[in-house]
Design a protein around this ligand. Structure first.
Ligand code: ZN
Ligand code: ZN
Length: 254
């Protein structure tokens, strides 16, 4: 066919050749392009695969991260929970301590009330006892006051008699001495030293002693040397002291 064509039309033949060349070139180009495209495609595929792999890796990483985060979160939550539990326990301890304190305080309050009631009763009893003693002492003082006045009157009589006449004085004095010696020496005798009272001290039971005698006595004992009553109080009696001093003065004049 070619031969024929060439023979028939050289221009046409040339054109056809050119066309062929063009076709071949185009084919080559297309093939190249195809190859290029294939390469590109392959590359794209590789890239995609790579990307995919990377994505998968990333996913795995993310999953791991997520898991780790979850665990951390759990751990943190656990830690926080533990802390909270501790705090709650501490608060509970505090409350327990407070409750115990309150209980103790209530107990103390009750004890204090009981103690106060006891003290009140004790004080009331003491007050009663003291009032009784005061009355006793007052009565005693009244009696001794009377005696003192009487003694002083007698002493005056003696002094007067002394001035008036020695004989009548001596007689009067002897009368007083005879009359009072026994009762005074007995009534104003110390229960401990058996001598006339020195700084007469009345005990709550009504018995009397010298101040120094009872102080010494109480270094060892705490009850009356006569009646054994427990000593709860003592009173100094200046009235008794005065009577004794007056009596001693009378005796000195003898
Ligand atoms: Zn005495
Ligand atoms: Zn007594």
């Amino acid at each position: 066919m070619k031969e024929t064509k060439t023979k028939e039309n050289p221009e046409q033949q040339e054109m056809m050749d050119h066309q062929e060349k063009l076709d071949a070139q185009e084919k080559l180009l297309q093939e190249e392009k195809l190859e290029e495209m294939k390469t590109l495609l392959k590359e794209k595929q590789r890239t995609q695969e790579l990307l995919c792999k990377k994505l998968q890796e990333k996913e795995v990483q993310m999953l791991q991260d997520l898991k780790r985060l979850q665990e951390e979160k759990d751990e943190q939550t656990l830690d926080r929970l533990e802390e909270l539990c501790k705090e709650v326990a501490e608060i509970e301890d505090d409350i327990q301590i407070l409750l115990e304190r309150m209980e103790v305080m209530q107990k103390d309050e009750m004890e204090i009330e009981i103690e106060l009631a006891k003290k009140k009763l004790e004080l009331t009893n003491k007050l009663k006892a003291m009032q009784e003693i005061i009355q006793k002492v007052k009565r005693g003082a009244f009696n001794t006051e009377g005696k003192k006045q009487y003694l002083e009157q007698e002493l005056d009589k003696i002094r007067k008699a002394e001035n008036d006449a020695p004989e009548s004085f001596l007689k009067a004095k002897q009368e007083v001495l005879d009359k009072f010696e026994e009762p005074i020496e007995t009534e104003f005798q110390c229960s401990i030293c058996r001598e006339l009272l020195v700084m007469a001290t009345i005990l709550n039971c009504g018995h009397t002693c010298c101040r120094s005698c009872i102080v010494k006595w109480m270094e060892e004992k705490n009850n009356c040397p006569i009646c054994r009553t427990s000593i709860t109080s003592q009173f100094r009696s200046s009235v008794m002291d005065n009577i004794i001093n007056s009596w001693l003065e009378i005796k000195r004049l003898r």
